[in-house]
Design a protein around this ligand. Sequence first.
Ligand SMILES: CC(=O)CC(=O)SCCNC(=O)CCNC(=O)[C@H](O)C(C)(C)COP(=O)(O)OP(=O)(O)OC[C@H]1O[C@@H](n2cnc3c(N)ncnc32)[C@H](O)[C@@H]1OP(=O)(O)O
Ligand SMILES: NC(=O)C1=CN([C@@H]2O[C@H](COP(=O)(O)OP(=O)(O)OC[C@H]3O[C@@H](n4cnc5c(N)ncnc54)[C@H](OP(=O)(O)O)[C@@H]3O)[C@@H](O)[C@H]2O)C=CC1
Length: 291
Amino acid sequence: MTIETIGVLGAGQMGSGIAHVLAIAGFEVSLMDVDADRLVAAVAKISEDMDRQVARGTIAAEAMLSAVGRLRTTVNLPELGTLDLIIETAAESEPVKLKLFDDLRPHLKPEAILTSNTSSLSITRLAGRTRKPEQFMGLHFMNPVPVMQLVELIRGIVTSNETFEAVRAVVQRLGKTAVVAEDYPAFIVNRILVPMINEAVYTLYEGVGSVFDIDQSMKLGANHPMGPLELADFIGLDTCLAIMNVLHEGLADSKYRPCPLLVKYVEAGWLGRKVARGFYDYCGDTPVPSR
Ligand SMILES: CC(=O)CC(=O)SCCNC(=O)CCNC(=O)[C@H](O)C(C)(C)COP(=O)(O)OP(=O)(O)OC[C@H]1O[C@@H](n2cnc3c(N)ncnc32)[C@H](O)[C@@H]1OP(=O)(O)O
Ligand SMILES: NC(=O)C1=CN([C@@H]2O[C@H](COP(=O)(O)OP(=O)(O)OC[C@H]3O[C@@H](n4cnc5c(N)ncnc54)[C@H](OP(=O)(O)O)[C@@H]3O)[C@@H](O)[C@H]2O)C=CC1
């Protein structure tokens, strides 16, 4: 199956980034969210990022105009039913994703392929709640999507080869590099990256270093582009905690227990950059540690 039309479900940071790269690559894109204001904010962010790409010569001004013309927004889930491929990018919560798949099921055309951008959840279990588990798989982009080269492809236990190849062709058309991960908690990147972030939070919790010194250590001592606490804020602390919970429950190993300080920050609503407060406070000109 050749994919030309794509629905992106959820207009948060990942949904908007994915819609951005799909539209540039020439796909017809429908971005859907329950919240109309969020769609307006997503289109504004996409335009701002594309403007920057034009200013730096990464894309031509005409390419931006035609990409914007290929991007539609909607608050009506049934409108996605006619599309070839759906990429679900709602919050990292299994009940939220399962409810979406239930709602979508009656509207999908028979050959439609459904994918999830989940960071950690079982693809086989999610597939079980869809009408055609063989037409479901994991399609995991990295943040920020316009910049990051990698995409993880994850087959559920019954994902068909046709589904896998059609989705892999989309990644190729985006000019990104695909790796194949088996369907185990958090796949490859997050199995390694998020426990490292959790360990950085323990390092703060136990008073080994300050927010600034922990981030500075990993930037200058390990050449990471962002410190682990800065990166946690960038990903979203709710998403980091959800991933640690999936690892902890799914692998039943205490080494994956989420740091209580990470839990506390999420309980406080300090979710990171998306709410302007996490390990850092982003309300001023430069971020400062929140406490
Ligand atoms: C949780 C999961 O499930 C999986 C994940 O995604 S884990 C997270 C993976 N991501 C990372 O680890 C990101 C780590 N950080 C980095 O690589 C870098 O800090 C960064 C690429 C984000 C920014 O790099 P930088 O050199 O500090 O910034 P800057 O020079 O301003 O930007 C570099 C480019 O990125 C673009 N960019 C930066 N942030 C961006 C954003 N949020 N959205 C879109 N584009 C962005 C800039 O426009 C610029 O593009 P051009 O080169 O085309 O002009
Ligand atoms: N953040 C990251 O670095 C990465 C995240 N991911 C994964 O991508 C997914 C999205 O993450 P991210 O973009 O960061 O999260 P965000 O919180 O930024 O965005 C999630 C979006 O989905 C919306 N949403 C929630 N419920 C529904 C629904 N029922 N129907 C339609 N839209 C809905 C949310 O709206 P509202 O806020 O109104 O509820 C919000 O706009 C998660 O599965 C995450 O694990 C994957 C790679 C990297």
